[in-house]
Design a binder for this molecule. Structure first.
Ligand code: HEM
Length: 403
Protein backbone atom coordinates (compact mmCIF):
# COMPACT_ATOMS: atom_id res chain seq x y z
CA UNK A 1 0.00 0.00 0.00
CA UNK A 2 1.33 3.44 -0.86
CA UNK A 3 1.00 5.98 1.92
CA UNK A 4 0.84 9.57 0.82
CA UNK A 5 2.08 12.19 3.21
CA UNK A 6 1.97 15.85 2.38
CA UNK A 7 4.86 17.46 4.10
CA UNK A 8 7.29 15.42 6.19
CA UNK A 9 10.27 16.43 4.03
CA UNK A 10 9.17 20.05 4.31
CA UNK A 11 9.08 19.67 8.08
CA UNK A 12 12.67 18.42 8.01
CA UNK A 13 13.57 21.45 5.89
CA UNK A 14 11.89 23.87 8.26
CA UNK A 15 14.74 25.62 10.08
CA UNK A 16 12.88 25.54 13.41
CA UNK A 17 13.38 21.75 13.41
CA UNK A 18 17.10 21.87 12.61
CA UNK A 19 18.33 21.27 16.18
CA UNK A 20 16.14 18.20 16.58
CA UNK A 21 14.78 16.54 13.43
CA UNK A 22 14.57 13.12 15.13
CA UNK A 23 10.86 13.18 16.10
CA UNK A 24 10.04 13.83 12.42
CA UNK A 25 12.20 10.88 11.38
CA UNK A 26 10.37 8.68 13.93
CA UNK A 27 7.08 9.65 12.24
CA UNK A 28 8.56 8.86 8.82
CA UNK A 29 9.58 5.37 10.00
CA UNK A 30 5.96 4.45 10.70
CA UNK A 31 6.05 3.52 6.97
CA UNK A 32 9.41 2.42 5.51
CA UNK A 33 8.50 4.09 2.20
CA UNK A 34 6.29 7.14 1.88
CA UNK A 35 5.32 9.16 -1.13
CA UNK A 36 4.65 12.85 -0.74
CA UNK A 37 1.89 14.48 -2.69
CA UNK A 38 4.56 16.17 -4.84
CA UNK A 39 5.72 12.70 -6.04
CA UNK A 40 8.91 12.44 -4.00
CA UNK A 41 9.55 9.09 -2.30
CA UNK A 42 11.03 8.96 1.20
CA UNK A 43 12.81 5.88 2.55
CA UNK A 44 13.55 6.13 6.26
CA UNK A 45 14.20 2.63 7.66
CA UNK A 46 17.62 1.02 8.01
CA UNK A 47 17.02 -2.26 6.14
CA UNK A 48 15.37 -0.62 3.13
CA UNK A 49 18.02 2.13 2.85
CA UNK A 50 20.84 -0.39 3.04
CA UNK A 51 19.21 -2.56 0.36
CA UNK A 52 18.66 0.41 -1.97
CA UNK A 53 22.28 1.56 -1.62
CA UNK A 54 23.32 -1.83 -3.07
CA UNK A 55 20.59 -2.00 -5.72
CA UNK A 56 21.59 -1.18 -9.33
CA UNK A 57 17.99 -0.27 -10.18
CA UNK A 58 18.54 2.92 -8.15
CA UNK A 59 20.62 5.50 -10.00
CA UNK A 60 22.77 8.37 -8.73
CA UNK A 61 22.41 10.12 -12.07
CA UNK A 62 19.44 12.35 -11.40
CA UNK A 63 19.31 13.35 -15.08
CA UNK A 64 17.71 9.92 -15.60
CA UNK A 65 14.76 10.89 -13.39
CA UNK A 66 11.65 12.84 -14.30
CA UNK A 67 12.03 15.53 -11.63
CA UNK A 68 12.38 18.91 -13.36
CA UNK A 69 13.81 20.36 -10.16
CA UNK A 70 16.66 17.82 -10.20
CA UNK A 71 17.51 18.71 -13.80
CA UNK A 72 17.78 22.36 -12.90
CA UNK A 73 20.39 21.97 -10.14
CA UNK A 74 22.89 20.31 -12.49
CA UNK A 75 25.68 22.48 -13.96
CA UNK A 76 24.94 24.17 -17.27
CA UNK A 77 28.44 23.53 -18.61
CA UNK A 78 31.07 20.88 -18.11
CA UNK A 79 30.93 17.37 -16.70
CA UNK A 80 28.91 15.98 -13.81
CA UNK A 81 31.06 14.69 -10.95
CA UNK A 82 31.21 10.94 -10.31
CA UNK A 83 29.07 11.09 -7.15
CA UNK A 84 26.20 11.79 -9.59
CA UNK A 85 27.12 9.18 -12.21
CA UNK A 86 26.43 5.46 -12.65
CA UNK A 87 28.73 2.69 -13.89
CA UNK A 88 30.71 2.35 -16.03
CA UNK A 89 31.78 6.00 -16.05
CA UNK A 90 31.41 6.35 -12.29
CA UNK A 91 33.66 3.36 -11.65
CA UNK A 92 36.38 4.57 -14.01
CA UNK A 93 36.53 8.09 -12.54
CA UNK A 94 36.36 6.76 -8.99
CA UNK A 95 39.24 4.42 -9.77
CA UNK A 96 41.34 7.37 -11.01
CA UNK A 97 40.92 8.98 -7.59
CA UNK A 98 41.19 5.84 -5.47
CA UNK A 99 44.45 4.82 -7.12
CA UNK A 100 45.95 8.04 -5.71
CA UNK A 101 43.91 8.33 -2.50
CA UNK A 102 45.74 5.41 -0.91
CA UNK A 103 45.82 4.40 2.78
CA UNK A 104 49.53 5.34 2.79
CA UNK A 105 48.67 8.85 1.57
CA UNK A 106 46.01 9.31 4.27
CA UNK A 107 48.14 7.81 7.02
CA UNK A 108 50.98 10.09 5.90
CA UNK A 109 48.77 13.10 6.76
CA UNK A 110 48.77 12.21 10.47
CA UNK A 111 51.69 14.38 11.57
CA UNK A 112 50.57 17.37 9.47
CA UNK A 113 47.07 17.06 10.97
CA UNK A 114 48.55 16.97 14.48
CA UNK A 115 50.59 20.06 13.67
CA UNK A 116 47.56 22.04 12.44
CA UNK A 117 45.48 20.95 15.46
CA UNK A 118 48.27 22.15 17.74
CA UNK A 119 48.58 25.51 15.94
CA UNK A 120 44.82 26.12 16.05
CA UNK A 121 44.60 25.34 19.77
CA UNK A 122 47.80 27.24 20.65
CA UNK A 123 46.24 30.33 19.10
CA UNK A 124 43.55 30.21 21.83
CA UNK A 125 46.00 29.87 24.70
CA UNK A 126 45.33 33.30 26.19
CA UNK A 127 41.56 33.02 25.83
CA UNK A 128 38.83 31.34 27.84
CA UNK A 129 36.40 30.85 25.00
CA UNK A 130 36.58 29.18 21.61
CA UNK A 131 34.17 28.80 18.73
CA UNK A 132 34.67 25.15 17.86
CA UNK A 133 33.47 25.84 14.30
CA UNK A 134 35.31 29.00 13.23
CA UNK A 135 38.43 28.59 15.33
CA UNK A 136 38.94 24.89 14.87
CA UNK A 137 36.60 22.46 13.07
CA UNK A 138 36.39 24.50 9.85
CA UNK A 139 40.02 25.59 9.34
CA UNK A 140 41.38 22.09 10.00
CA UNK A 141 39.74 20.16 7.12
CA UNK A 142 40.02 23.16 4.78
CA UNK A 143 43.78 23.34 5.27
CA UNK A 144 44.19 19.59 4.87
CA UNK A 145 42.07 19.29 1.71
CA UNK A 146 43.79 22.31 0.11
CA UNK A 147 47.24 20.88 0.81
CA UNK A 148 46.16 17.40 -0.29
CA UNK A 149 44.74 18.59 -3.61
CA UNK A 150 47.18 21.44 -4.23
CA UNK A 151 44.53 24.19 -4.09
CA UNK A 152 45.87 27.52 -2.69
CA UNK A 153 44.64 27.85 0.91
CA UNK A 154 44.35 31.63 0.49
CA UNK A 155 41.59 31.11 -2.11
CA UNK A 156 39.28 29.72 0.60
CA UNK A 157 37.14 32.89 0.93
CA UNK A 158 36.31 32.59 -2.79
CA UNK A 159 35.56 28.88 -3.06
CA UNK A 160 33.77 28.77 0.28
CA UNK A 161 31.09 31.23 -0.90
CA UNK A 162 30.49 29.13 -4.01
CA UNK A 163 30.33 25.97 -1.90
CA UNK A 164 27.77 27.57 0.45
CA UNK A 165 25.52 28.48 -2.48
CA UNK A 166 25.87 25.00 -3.97
CA UNK A 167 24.91 23.43 -0.63
CA UNK A 168 21.85 25.67 -0.31
CA UNK A 169 20.76 24.39 -3.71
CA UNK A 170 21.00 20.79 -2.47
CA UNK A 171 18.31 21.06 0.16
CA UNK A 172 15.15 19.28 -0.96
CA UNK A 173 12.65 22.04 -1.53
CA UNK A 174 15.17 24.74 -2.33
CA UNK A 175 14.12 24.34 -5.97
CA UNK A 176 10.95 26.16 -5.09
CA UNK A 177 13.05 29.25 -4.44
CA UNK A 178 14.21 30.64 -7.77
CA UNK A 179 16.84 32.86 -6.18
CA UNK A 180 18.58 29.95 -4.40
CA UNK A 181 18.52 27.93 -7.59
CA UNK A 182 20.00 30.78 -9.61
CA UNK A 183 22.76 31.42 -7.03
CA UNK A 184 23.62 27.69 -6.92
CA UNK A 185 23.90 27.56 -10.71
CA UNK A 186 26.07 30.65 -10.85
CA UNK A 187 28.26 29.30 -8.04
CA UNK A 188 28.77 26.04 -9.95
CA UNK A 189 29.81 27.96 -13.04
CA UNK A 190 32.23 30.17 -11.08
CA UNK A 191 33.77 27.21 -9.26
CA UNK A 192 34.17 25.42 -12.63
CA UNK A 193 35.93 28.45 -14.04
CA UNK A 194 38.22 28.81 -11.00
CA UNK A 195 39.16 25.11 -11.05
CA UNK A 196 39.69 25.19 -14.82
CA UNK A 197 42.17 28.07 -14.46
CA UNK A 198 43.97 26.34 -11.61
CA UNK A 199 44.26 23.15 -13.67
CA UNK A 200 45.58 25.13 -16.67
CA UNK A 201 48.35 26.55 -14.52
CA UNK A 202 49.19 23.10 -13.10
CA UNK A 203 49.20 21.70 -16.62
CA UNK A 204 52.02 24.04 -17.54
CA UNK A 205 54.02 23.19 -14.47
CA UNK A 206 53.63 20.10 -12.21
CA UNK A 207 52.76 21.03 -8.66
CA UNK A 208 52.58 19.19 -5.31
CA UNK A 209 49.19 17.59 -4.63
CA UNK A 210 46.59 15.21 -5.99
CA UNK A 211 45.33 17.48 -8.81
CA UNK A 212 48.74 17.57 -10.39
CA UNK A 213 49.22 13.83 -9.77
CA UNK A 214 45.95 13.06 -11.58
CA UNK A 215 46.77 15.48 -14.41
CA UNK A 216 50.28 14.21 -15.03
CA UNK A 217 49.47 10.52 -14.45
CA UNK A 218 51.18 8.39 -17.10
CA UNK A 219 50.36 4.97 -15.62
CA UNK A 220 46.99 4.59 -17.37
CA UNK A 221 46.36 4.38 -21.08
CA UNK A 222 43.31 6.59 -20.85
CA UNK A 223 43.42 9.91 -19.01
CA UNK A 224 40.77 12.05 -17.43
CA UNK A 225 39.74 14.87 -19.75
CA UNK A 226 40.06 18.42 -18.48
CA UNK A 227 36.34 18.79 -17.74
CA UNK A 228 36.26 15.46 -15.91
CA UNK A 229 39.20 16.59 -13.82
CA UNK A 230 37.48 19.89 -13.03
CA UNK A 231 34.31 18.08 -11.89
CA UNK A 232 36.30 15.54 -9.83
CA UNK A 233 38.39 18.27 -8.19
CA UNK A 234 35.30 20.32 -7.31
CA UNK A 235 33.74 17.25 -5.74
CA UNK A 236 36.82 16.48 -3.64
CA UNK A 237 37.24 20.10 -2.58
CA UNK A 238 33.60 20.51 -1.52
CA UNK A 239 33.17 17.05 0.04
CA UNK A 240 36.50 17.46 1.79
CA UNK A 241 35.71 20.75 3.47
CA UNK A 242 31.95 20.89 4.05
CA UNK A 243 31.39 17.59 5.85
CA UNK A 244 34.21 16.96 8.34
CA UNK A 245 33.55 20.35 9.96
CA UNK A 246 30.15 19.00 10.99
CA UNK A 247 31.55 15.70 12.22
CA UNK A 248 34.08 17.42 14.50
CA UNK A 249 31.51 19.95 15.72
CA UNK A 250 28.72 17.39 16.23
CA UNK A 251 31.22 15.26 18.16
CA UNK A 252 32.13 18.11 20.52
CA UNK A 253 28.49 19.03 21.03
CA UNK A 254 27.59 15.42 21.82
CA UNK A 255 30.56 14.94 24.15
CA UNK A 256 29.83 18.14 26.06
CA UNK A 257 26.26 16.93 26.47
CA UNK A 258 27.69 13.61 27.73
CA UNK A 259 30.50 14.73 30.06
CA UNK A 260 31.17 11.15 31.25
CA UNK A 261 32.19 10.20 27.71
CA UNK A 262 34.33 13.34 27.43
CA UNK A 263 36.10 12.50 30.70
CA UNK A 264 36.59 8.92 29.58
CA UNK A 265 38.17 10.12 26.35
CA UNK A 266 40.56 12.31 28.33
CA UNK A 267 41.63 9.31 30.43
CA UNK A 268 41.56 6.69 27.65
CA UNK A 269 42.32 8.28 24.25
CA UNK A 270 42.10 4.84 22.58
CA UNK A 271 38.29 4.95 22.81
CA UNK A 272 38.20 7.77 20.26
CA UNK A 273 37.48 5.48 17.29
CA UNK A 274 34.34 3.99 18.91
CA UNK A 275 33.23 7.42 20.06
CA UNK A 276 33.43 8.87 16.56
CA UNK A 277 31.54 5.92 15.02
CA UNK A 278 28.74 6.44 17.54
CA UNK A 279 28.64 10.20 16.80
CA UNK A 280 28.41 9.33 13.09
CA UNK A 281 25.37 7.19 13.88
CA UNK A 282 23.80 9.54 16.41
CA UNK A 283 24.38 12.99 14.85
CA UNK A 284 25.04 12.32 11.20
CA UNK A 285 26.82 15.10 9.22
CA UNK A 286 25.09 14.22 5.89
CA UNK A 287 21.46 13.51 6.66
CA UNK A 288 20.21 12.07 3.39
CA UNK A 289 21.24 10.61 0.02
CA UNK A 290 19.49 11.08 -3.32
CA UNK A 291 18.64 8.47 -5.96
CA UNK A 292 16.23 7.92 -8.84
CA UNK A 293 14.73 4.66 -10.15
CA UNK A 294 15.82 3.21 -13.53
CA UNK A 295 12.72 1.00 -13.68
CA UNK A 296 9.60 0.39 -11.57
CA UNK A 297 10.79 -1.08 -8.26
CA UNK A 298 8.65 -2.81 -5.62
CA UNK A 299 10.09 -2.60 -2.15
CA UNK A 300 8.46 -2.99 1.29
CA UNK A 301 5.09 -3.36 -0.44
CA UNK A 302 5.37 -0.08 -2.39
CA UNK A 303 6.00 0.27 -6.12
CA UNK A 304 8.25 3.21 -6.89
CA UNK A 305 7.75 4.17 -10.55
CA UNK A 306 10.61 4.57 -13.01
CA UNK A 307 12.29 7.97 -12.82
CA UNK A 308 10.92 8.89 -9.38
CA UNK A 309 12.97 11.14 -7.06
CA UNK A 310 13.94 9.04 -4.02
CA UNK A 311 15.29 10.39 -0.73
CA UNK A 312 17.15 7.94 1.51
CA UNK A 313 17.01 9.48 4.97
CA UNK A 314 20.13 7.82 6.36
CA UNK A 315 20.02 9.89 9.56
CA UNK A 316 16.66 8.26 10.23
CA UNK A 317 17.94 4.76 9.38
CA UNK A 318 20.68 5.32 11.95
CA UNK A 319 17.99 5.84 14.61
CA UNK A 320 15.83 2.89 13.54
CA UNK A 321 14.82 0.87 16.64
CA UNK A 322 14.48 -2.26 14.47
CA UNK A 323 18.23 -2.07 13.88
CA UNK A 324 19.69 -0.37 16.99
CA UNK A 325 18.69 -0.99 20.60
CA UNK A 326 17.74 2.32 22.28
CA UNK A 327 18.66 4.27 19.14
CA UNK A 328 18.16 7.66 20.77
CA UNK A 329 20.77 6.85 23.40
CA UNK A 330 24.36 7.94 22.78
CA UNK A 331 26.30 4.79 23.62
CA UNK A 332 29.86 4.45 22.26
CA UNK A 333 30.03 0.94 23.76
CA UNK A 334 27.45 -0.44 21.31
CA UNK A 335 28.64 -3.77 19.99
CA UNK A 336 28.00 -3.09 16.28
CA UNK A 337 27.79 0.51 15.12
CA UNK A 338 27.25 -0.22 11.45
CA UNK A 339 25.84 3.20 10.61
CA UNK A 340 24.80 4.49 7.18
CA UNK A 341 26.66 7.79 7.49
CA UNK A 342 29.22 7.23 4.73
CA UNK A 343 26.61 5.67 2.42
CA UNK A 344 27.14 2.20 0.96
CA UNK A 345 27.64 0.22 -2.22
CA UNK A 346 29.44 1.74 -5.20
CA UNK A 347 29.30 5.30 -3.89
CA UNK A 348 30.66 4.59 -0.40
CA UNK A 349 32.46 7.74 0.74
CA UNK A 350 35.97 8.09 -0.68
CA UNK A 351 37.01 10.42 2.15
CA UNK A 352 35.86 8.31 5.13
CA UNK A 353 39.41 7.39 6.27
CA UNK A 354 40.49 11.05 6.02
CA UNK A 355 37.42 12.32 7.92
CA UNK A 356 38.05 9.73 10.64
CA UNK A 357 41.75 10.56 10.91
CA UNK A 358 41.10 14.31 11.27
CA UNK A 359 38.28 13.83 13.77
CA UNK A 360 40.20 11.32 15.90
CA UNK A 361 43.16 13.67 16.26
CA UNK A 362 40.95 16.74 16.78
CA UNK A 363 38.86 15.18 19.55
CA UNK A 364 41.75 13.55 21.37
CA UNK A 365 43.55 16.88 21.57
CA UNK A 366 40.45 18.85 22.55
CA UNK A 367 39.81 16.37 25.39
CA UNK A 368 43.43 16.43 26.52
CA UNK A 369 43.98 20.19 26.41
CA UNK A 370 40.67 21.89 27.28
CA UNK A 371 40.23 22.15 31.03
CA UNK A 372 36.63 22.27 32.33
CA UNK A 373 34.95 23.01 28.97
CA UNK A 374 31.30 24.13 29.06
CA UNK A 375 28.79 24.82 26.31
CA UNK A 376 27.78 28.48 26.19
CA UNK A 377 24.52 27.82 24.35
CA UNK A 378 22.51 24.62 24.04
CA UNK A 379 21.15 24.05 21.45
CA UNK A 380 23.68 26.08 19.47
CA UNK A 381 22.67 28.02 16.33
CA UNK A 382 22.55 25.62 13.39
CA UNK A 383 23.57 26.03 9.77
CA UNK A 384 20.77 26.59 7.34
CA UNK A 385 21.28 23.31 5.46
CA UNK A 386 19.08 20.37 6.41
CA UNK A 387 21.28 17.98 4.40
CA UNK A 388 24.75 18.96 5.66
CA UNK A 389 23.53 19.40 9.19
CA UNK A 390 25.64 20.86 11.99
CA UNK A 391 26.02 23.90 14.24
CA UNK A 392 27.06 27.21 12.61
CA UNK A 393 28.83 28.17 15.83
CA UNK A 394 29.64 26.16 18.93
CA UNK A 395 30.88 28.43 21.69
CA UNK A 396 32.74 26.68 24.49
CA UNK A 397 34.10 28.31 27.66
CA UNK A 398 37.05 26.71 29.42
CA UNK A 399 39.22 27.47 32.41
CA UNK A 400 42.58 26.75 30.87
CA UNK A 401 44.23 25.31 27.80
CA UNK A 402 47.00 22.83 28.61
CA UNK A 403 50.19 22.60 26.50
C1 HEM B 1 32.35 13.31 8.04
C2 HEM B 1 32.68 13.49 6.82
C3 HEM B 1 31.98 12.91 5.63
C4 HEM B 1 30.74 12.35 5.49
C5 HEM B 1 29.68 12.17 6.57
C6 HEM B 1 30.60 11.94 4.10
C7 HEM B 1 29.48 11.32 3.59
C8 HEM B 1 29.38 10.81 2.31
C9 HEM B 1 28.25 10.07 1.80
C10 HEM B 1 27.00 9.77 2.57
C11 HEM B 1 28.54 9.71 0.53
C12 HEM B 1 27.66 8.87 -0.41
C13 HEM B 1 26.84 9.73 -1.32
C14 HEM B 1 25.95 8.91 -2.24
O1 HEM B 1 25.88 7.69 -2.14
O2 HEM B 1 25.25 9.52 -3.07
C15 HEM B 1 29.84 10.25 0.21
C16 HEM B 1 30.47 10.12 -1.00
C17 HEM B 1 31.65 10.74 -1.29
N1 HEM B 1 32.49 11.40 -0.42
FE1 HEM B 1 32.18 11.73 1.54
N2 HEM B 1 31.74 12.27 3.44
C18 HEM B 1 32.63 12.83 4.34
C19 HEM B 1 33.90 13.28 4.08
C20 HEM B 1 34.50 13.25 2.85
C21 HEM B 1 35.81 13.75 2.56
C22 HEM B 1 36.78 14.33 3.59
C23 HEM B 1 36.01 13.57 1.22
C24 HEM B 1 37.19 13.90 0.34
C25 HEM B 1 38.35 14.13 0.67
C26 HEM B 1 34.82 12.93 0.69
C27 HEM B 1 34.65 12.57 -0.63
C28 HEM B 1 33.57 11.86 -1.11
C29 HEM B 1 33.44 11.46 -2.52
C30 HEM B 1 34.44 11.76 -3.62
C31 HEM B 1 32.24 10.75 -2.62
C32 HEM B 1 31.65 10.15 -3.88
C33 HEM B 1 31.92 8.67 -3.93
C34 HEM B 1 31.30 8.00 -5.13
O3 HEM B 1 30.33 8.51 -5.69
O4 HEM B 1 31.81 6.93 -5.52
N3 HEM B 1 33.93 12.75 1.70
N4 HEM B 1 30.34 10.89 1.33
Amino acid sequence: MTVIHKNLLDEVLDYTNRANPYPIYARMREHPILVQDDGRYIVSTYTEIRAILQDPRFSSDLRKGYSQADQRILPEHGEVSFISLDPPKHDWLRYQVMSKFTPELIYGLRSRTEEIVKELLDARRNENRLDIVDDFAYPLPVTIICELLGVPREDEPRFHIWAEHIVRGLDPGSHSKAEIEQQARQARNELNQYMGELINSIQKQPHPGLLSAMLHDTTHEKHMGKEELVATSNLLLNAGHLTTVNLITNSMLTLLRHPDSFEKLRREPTIVADLVEEVLRYEQPVQLIRRTTLTDVSIAGVTIPKGAPVYLITASGNRDPLRFTDPDLFDPARPDIEHLSFGGGLHYCVGAPLARLETHIALTELARRLQAPRLVEDPPPYRESAVLRGPRHLLVNYERLLD
